[in-house]
Write a protein that binds this ligand. Structure first.
Ligand code: HEC
Length: 130
């Protein structure tokens, strides 16, 4: 029985589709964004840093054109390099935010928040044909 259960859970683990992985990573990005926003609202620097780390980790799923292309609609695959750019910009926004926080320049750090959201939306706009 135990063996069957272990077998089943391995199958379930391997059965994770690209969509499940994407969904989990995007939930992480969303959670990270909320943590960043709450961090600024509640004056909690650690919360902001945790949110940044969460988004950085999830954003690793987009490391080259191919890793982006598989999520693009068939007629939009040529836009994979543009979509990849939004992921790269997102990383540099997060780095910038972290740097400002480390220098205790919270107002500057919080103004990067809108750039972060813009780069989330840029990629979504391509994918969703907005
Ligand atoms: C390089 C592309 C890209 C970037 C950058 C990106 N996303 Fe996404 N996101 C996707 C894809 C692909 C989907 C799935 C298709 C869809 O929902 O239209 C998605 C969907 C989502 C969803 C819905 C997930 C679901 O299960 O329906 C959320 C929430 C989300 N993203 C949050 C974010 C946040 C927050 C950021 C920025 C911090 C972000 N995304 C940045 C590509 C991206």
């Amino acid at each position: 029985m135990k063996k069957i259960l272990i077998g089943l859970s391995i199958v379930t683990a391997l059965g994770l589709s690209a969509n499940d992985v994407m969904s989990a990573n995007m939930k992480s990005m969303r959670d990270g964004l909320v943590e960043i926003q709450d961090g600024f609202l509640y004056n909690n620097k650690d919360g902001v840093l945790k949110g940044i780390a969460k988004i950085e980790e999830a954003n690793k799923m987009f490391h080259d054109k191919e890793s982006v292309a598989k999520y693009l609609p068939a007629n939009k695959e040529r836009l994979s390099s543009v979509a990849l750019l939004s992921s790269k910009h997102l990383n540099s926004n997060l780095l910038e935010m972290k740097e400002y926080i480390n220098q205790n320049q919270l107002l500057e750090a919080s103004s990067v928040h809108s750039d972060v959201v813009r780069n989330c939306t840029r990629c979504h706009a391509i994918i969703r044909g907005w």
